[in-house]
Design a protein around this ligand. Structure first.
Ligand SMILES: [Zn+2]
Length: 113
């Protein structure tokens, strides 16, 4: 299995993994076998499920109407669907992760209380 297949395999179980460089202590996304900074070999690691909402936008695209946010999860920036009740700077969690039919990763955020 290549990296992408491994990541999608875990998404089926509702787990979100990213590649991580142990030298730089950084998530590498999009997934890569090598760190972009030190070229060291990366490993797969769980994405921290606690983040902060950085930005909010509204999508008018048919089938994708609704609020989207950009969350920072230990330095990894992820776009996710969300409700309108979350404000910028508030703590969020990844409530759902799944792959759609085009093999795109769909993430949903929840407000962390
Ligand atoms: Zn590195």
């Amino acid at each position: 299995m290549n990296l992408k297949e491994k990541i999608f395999e875990k998404i089926k179980d509702g787990k979100f993994l990213s590649t991580f460089c142990n030298q730089c202590k950084k998530h590498i996304w999009p997934p890569s076998n090598n760190c972009k900074e030190c070229f060291g070999i990366t490993e797969l690691k769980d994405v921290d499920n606690k983040g902060i909402l950085l930005e909010i936008s509204y999508s008018h695209i048919v089938d994708q109407k609704g609020y989207f946010g950009i969350g920072d999860f230990s330095g990894l920036r992820i776009i996710g669907k969300m409700d309108s009740n979350i404000e910028i700077g508030e703590p969020i969690s990844i409530s759902k992760v799944r792959a759609n039919k085009d093999n795109k990763i769909i993430v949903e955020f929840d407000k962390l209380y």
